[in-house]
Design a protein around this ligand. Structure first.
Ligand SMILES: Nc1ncnc2c1ncn2[C@@H]1O[C@H](COP(=O)(O)OP(=O)(O)O)[C@@H](O)[C@H]1O
Ligand SMILES: [Mg+2]
Length: 136
């Protein structure tokens, strides 16, 4: 398993690639079948947001030894328009695209931790983490 993997995201095919690489990494790290699926879904949502809102960006996946246990860490970054109100974007049902608005809040629930760092006119970085031992 590579320690770190970068997937350039520019279209829906890249979203599928990010999803499947995340799943492979989750398998290699010993995540349960359920967790593999949850991680793949979360990465898919965040990668899809890159395509829809920023046009392109990157997803970096890495295994991190953290406080004595393994975690899968995914960092999605873009140089897109940024998010004016991150708290609002993290609330259920908020969408500037007229879609469901459950991507970010859903991904936050599926992972153990999710942070959004965004600046209008500069871009957005979403960092997500899930620990492989299921303790959260
Ligand atoms: N990478 C991003 N760049 C700019 N805005 C974003 C990005 N990701 C999310 N957003 C903003 O946050 C909102 C909520 O995202 P999300 O929860 O995935 O719901 P949806 O994609 O259905 O709108 C989006 O409508 C958009 O305004
Ligand atoms: Mg979305």
């Amino acid at each position: 398993m590579p320690a770190q993997e970068r997937i350039h995201i520019a279209d829906d095919f890249d979203v599928v690639t990010a999803r499947s690489r995340a799943k492979d990494m989750a398998v290699a790290l010993g995540f349960s079948r359920t967790d593999q699926t949850l991680i793949a879904a979360a990465i898919s949502e965040i990668a899809r947001n890159i395509v829809v809102y920023a046009g392109e960006g990157d997803v970096v996946l890495r295994a991190e030894h953290d406080r004595g246990r393994w975690a899968l860490v995914a960092v999605a970054s873009d140089d897109g328009p940024g998010i004016p109100d991150v708290d609002r974007a993290l609330a259920d049902g908020y969408s500037t695209a007229g879609s469901l608005g459950v991507g970010l809040p859903g991904a936050r629930r599926l992972m153990d931790a999710l942070e959004v760092d965004s600046e209008v006119g500069r871009g957005t970085t979403v960092t997500m983490r899930k620990w492989a031992d299921g303790r959260g």
